[in-house]
Design a binder for this molecule. Structure first.
Ligand code: UDP
Length: 231
């Protein structure tokens, strides 16, 4: 594998605390990503923002403004994760679709490619830069733009199920499922906008549990126990 995009949900960064950051959790992710970059794989990262804020958090404030707060939450997350990555010896860059002064650099495909070619982990912060979208759409969009081979969706759940395994004991996990089936059954691997973008641009997604030992490295090295969403 040459280039992958890894999506970390906001909650995944918070560990058991459910909000804010959990340094130990993020350090474990960092050490795994280092193993991948040391073996020559180019890694892009998208984080969610749910550990701080979601556009849907308040019903009383304007949705566009609420979504802007959400996008800024993802910038904070990326700066944090990027610094933890640096602390274990990786080179990183944080790109955003809007100006954040000297905090980040403005996203362009050429700039992302330049950083990848220097062996840096590239963080795509700020989602799509537009309200009414999500970081699910952000990760699919960036994966397509930078021509990644696959999106790795590291979740709190270990794959895609036919129903919610938390509430249904007979829920069945898929080893593999087509994106058409995900859309038809509304399985919410990523949100519907992101699913359709992935389908139309043939971007596969592999879903696995972040909490399982060494799951990111295992996923890339063929010891995959999650669900492959095929296109
Ligand atoms: N967000 C947005 N546009 C984007 C990406 C994110 O407006 O392109 C905002 C939105 O408010 C969202 C929040 O950022 O709720 C956090 O993103 P995430 O994808 O984690 O949100 P979730 O799907 O969990 O609501």
């Amino acid at each position: 594998m040459k280039r992958i995009l890894l999506k970390l949900s906001g909650e995944a960064l918070a560990g058991d605390k459910k909000t804010g950051f959990d340094e130990e959790t993020v350090r474990k992710v960092a050490l795994q990503v280092k193993e991948l970059t040391d073996s020559g794989i180019e890694v892009g990262i998208v984080t969610g923002g749910g550990n701080f804020w979601r556009g849907r958090t308040s019903e009383n404030i304007d949705r566009t403004k609420a979504d802007q707060i959400g996008m800024l939450a993802t910038v904070m997350n990326c700066i944090y994760v990027s610094e933890i990555f640096r602390s274990v010896g990786m080179k990183t860059a944080v790109l955003t679709p809007f100006e954040c002064g000297s905090f980040t650099k403005l996203f362009s495909k050429d700039r992302a490619n330049k950083y990848f070619s220097r062996g840096m982990v590239v963080f795509f912060a700020g989602g799509t830069g537009h309200p009414y979208f999500s970081t699910d759409t952000g990760v699919v969009l960036r994966a397509i733009e930078v021509e990644a081979e696959v999106i790795l969706l590291a979740k709190s759940i270990d794959g895609v199920y036919d129903k919610d395994p938390k509430t249904s004991q007979d829920a069945k996990k898929y080893d593999s499922i087509t994106i058409d089936e995900v859309i038809e059954k509304n399985l919410q691997v990523v949100d519907m906008t992101a699913s359709i973008l992935a389908r139309d641009n043939k971007m596969p997604m592999w879903v696995f549990g972040l909490n399982e030992e060494n799951s990111i490295v295992n996923t890339v090295n063929g010891k995959f126990t999650g669900t492959r969403v095929t296109v």
